[in-house]
Design a protein around this ligand. Structure first.
Ligand code: FES
Length: 169
């Protein structure tokens, strides 16, 4: 279902459109909605945002391609972005990032075979005093170590299993 036709997004879309003097200024929040719907910024999402804002899809695609918070390829259910910028690296972020990839059996930017987790490194997320840290689907998780991360992975796996059971009922 197109985002404009999905009642789940109607209020948010209208709020964003009302917030700006020119419709095109709403392109970034609408791209977030498209990413939320499809799991990444795919061509369908780009076309829908372009149509909503009377823009050319190429213009929308170029904006999505410029910013790292928009993904141009499918991601796992949990998108784990580990900060490895210098202040975090000084507190062990590189080792933590390498361990996490090995633990999940993925390369940089890769997704686990079950589609659960994508791991990639990012630049400073402005939580340097909480390293190692990452954002999971844009929510910060801080002061990490291997034990804490293993517990979180187990929790997220359990939650995903729970929600899949819920959908099937
Ligand atoms: S360097 Fe990692 S949050 Fe700032």
């Amino acid at each position: 279902m197109a985002i404009i036709d999905n009642p789940k997004y109607t209020e948010r879309i209208n709020q964003h459109l009302a917030k700006y003097e020119t419709k095109r200024s709403a392109v970034m929040p609408l791209l977030y909605i498209a990413q939320e719907e499809y799991g990444w910024v795919n061509q369908a999402g780009i076309n829908e945002v372009a149509a909503l804002l009377n823009l050319d899809p190429t213009q929308v695609k170029s904006i999505a391609g410029f910013y790292t918070m928009y993904s141009e390829k499918p991601k796992g259910q949990y998108w784990l972005q580990v900060c490895t910028d210098l202040p975090c690296a000084l507190k062990g972020a590189d080792e933590f990032h390498a361990w996490l990839k090995e633990e999940l059996g993925v390369q940089e930017g890769g997704t686990t075979e079950d589609g659960m987790f994508t791991v990639e490194h990012v630049m400073c997320l402005a939580a340097c005093d909480k390293a190692p840290m990452l954002q999971c689907n844009f929510r910060y998780v801080e002061d990490l170590d291997q034990d804490k991360m293993l517990a979180l992975l187990a929790k997220w796996r359990a939650e995903a299993g729970h929600s899949m059971n819920g959908r099937g009922q």
